[in-house]
Design a protein. Structure first.
Length: 416
C-alpha cells in the first residue's frame, strides 16, 4: 500500500531510497568462538540506562543481564583490540532528574555509547548526551526526541509495534477488531492512524476505547470494543492493568481474539493471565528468543552460559543486540571514543544486530514523518504458546505494516 500515510502514528508507507555507506555485516562476528587471551588495559565503557525499578512502565528488570552476557562473551573472546568491554547499569526509575544524572554519569565515565531498549525521560537525558556526542543504540523511540535526535539509533518504535498488531490478528483469523488504549496526549492521533492503516491490512476497525491509565474496570470498554460484530480486540495498556484488560475481554467473550505488543507480555503478565495467555497474539519488535537464526542461536548460547535465569523477553534480546551492534562499530573505528562511534553509526548501509531485526540503513532518514531516526518499520507477528512467543510467519518473519519493500534479512526457523 505504498503511498498511504499513517499520519497519526507518524509512519509513512514508502521505503527510503538507495544509498551508500559502510556495511557492518559480520563486523561483530561470533564472540563465543575459541577462547583468546584475557583482555587488559582500560575498559571500553557502555551504559544501559533504563527505568529498571519503575513498575508503572509495565516492564520488569530482565534486560541488564542479557547485555552483560554479551559483554562477558566478548571479553572471553579477547575483548576489543585486547581491551575489555564494561557495561554500566544506571536506573532512571522514570524520574527525569535521575535520567539527567545517568546522562551526566555517562559523560563523566566516558562511555562510548548508551545501549538498550528504553531510556525513559529522553527529554532530560538527550541534551546532555547530545552535547557529549554519546549515541543511544537499540532504543524503542517513544517520542520525537528519540525519533529525531542525531544521536538516536533506535531499533523500533512504540507506534511501529502498535501498527503491527492488526497483522497478527489477521493471521489469527480475525475479521473485525476493536481497540482499548490509554488516553494520553496524542492518543486521538493514534486512533486516526489506526483508522487509516487497518483497512489496508485486511481487517475492519470497530470501536476504539480510550481510558485513563488508572482504569481497573474494563467491562464497559470491552463491551463497546466487541460491539458491531467485532471478533478481536487490540489491547495496548502498558502497566499493571495490561493483564486485567485482557482478562476482561476473555470474560466477555472467551472466543474473542486478543492482540497486543509483545514487549508488554512479560512473564508476570503471562502468569497473571493463566490459561488466557495461551493463543494471545502480539507484534514483537524483533525475532523472539524461540526463533532459530545465527544471531538468536548465539544469543541463547550466551544466555545459557552467562545468564540462565534471566527471562528471554524482547527487552533482553534488544539489549543484547544493541551491545552486538556497538561491538561491530568498535571494530571499525580508528579512535575508540563516543564521537567516533556516533559518526560511524551514522554511516552504516547495513548496521547488523545479529539478525534480530533487518539490517539498518542509517545513511537516509527512516519512513516516519517527524521520526527520521526510526530506520526499521517492521514488526514480527507472534503467538504465545506454552508461555513463549512463537513466530506466526517463520519463513518471512519481518512484516512492514506500512507497505514498504520486503526486508532482505531472510527468514528464521520457528521455535520448537
Amino acid at each position: 500500500m505504498c503511498g498511504s500515510l499513517l499520519v497519526a502514528l507518524g509512519l509513512a508507507a514508502c521505503g527510503s531510497g538507495s544509498s551508500t555507506g559502510t556495511d557492518s555485516t559480520a563486523a561483530a562476528g561470533s564472540a563465543t568462538e575459541a577462547a583468546a587471551s584475557k583482555p587488559a588495559g582500560e575498559p571500553i565503557k557502555l551504559m544501559a540506562m533504563e527505568a529498571y525499578t519503575e513498575p508503572a512502565s509495565g516492564l520488569e528488570d530482565p534486560h541488564f543481564d542479557a547485555g552483560q552476557a554479551r559483554v562477558e562473551a566478548v571479553n572471553a573472546a579477547g575483548g576489543i583490540d585486547g581491551r575489555p568491554l564494561e557495561l554500566i547499569k544506571c536506573d532512571t526509575k522514570s524520574d527525569p532528574n535521575l535520567a539527567a544524572a545517568c546522562a551526566r554519569q555517562a559523560v563523566e565515565e566516558e562511555v562510548v555509547a548508551v545501549v538498550g531498549p528504553a531510556v525513559f525521560n529522553a527529554t532530560s537525558a538527550y541534551p546532555i548526551l547530545e552535547k557529549a556526542g554519546i549515541s543511544q543504540v537499540g532504543g524503542s523511540a517513544a517520542d520525537q526526541v528519540e525519533g529525531s535526535s542525531p544521536i538516536s539509533f533506535p531499533f523500533t518504535s512504540t507506534v511501529t509495534q502498535i501498527a503491527g498488531v492488526p497483522r497478527a490478528l489477521v493471521l489469527d483469523g480475525a475479521k473485525k477488531m476493536g481497540a482499548i488504549i490509554p488516553k494520553f496526549p496524542g492518543s486521538e492521533q493514534v486512533v486516526q492512524g489506526l483508522e487509516q492503516l487497518v483497512p489496508h491490512l485486511g481487517i475492519e476497525l470497530g470501536e476504539v476505547e480510550q481510558l485513563p491509565f488508572d482504569t481497573v474496570d474494563f467491562a464497559p470498554a470491552v463491551a463497546k470494543a466487541l460491539s458491531g460484530g467485532a471478533d478481536s480486540v487490540l489491547v495496548f495498556f502498558p502497566g499493571p492493568n495490561q493483564a486485567t484488560a485482557i482478562k476482561a475481554v476473555k470474560e466477555r467473550d472467551p472466543s474473542a481474539k486478543v492482540g497486543t505488543l509483545n514487549v508488554y507480555v512479560t512473564p508476570e503478565v503471562i502468569e497473571a493471565l493463566g490459561p488466557d495467555a495461551e493463543g494471545l497474539v502480539a507484534a514483537a519488535a524483533g525475532l523472539p528468543a524461540s526463533a532459530s537464526s545465527p544471531g538468536m542461536d548465539e544469543f541463547n548460547a550466551e544466555m545459557d552460559k552467562y545468564a540462565p535465569e534471566t527471562p528471554r523477553v524482547d527487552g533482553a534480546v534488544f539489549l543484547w543486540a544493541a551491545v552486538y551492534a556497538v561491538e561491530g562499530i568498535l571494530k571499525q573505528v580508528q579512535t575508540i571514543d563516543a564521537k567516533a562511534v556516533t559518526a560511524a553509526l551514522g554511516k552504516q548501509a547495513k548496521l547488523e544486530t545479529g539478525g534480530i531485526i533487518p539490517p539498518l540503513d542509517t545513511t537516509v532518514p527512516g519512513p516516519v514523518p517527524g521520526f527520521p531516526r526510526v530506520f526499521n518499520p517492521t514488526t514480527v507477528p507472534v503467538r504465545i504458546e506454552a508461555g513463549e512467543a512463537q513466530m506466526m510467519e517463520p519463513k518471512n518473519p519481518f512484516f512492514d505494516p506500512f507497505g514498504g519493500p520486503p526486508p532482505s534479512a531472510g527468514g528464521a526457523k520457528g521455535g520448537a
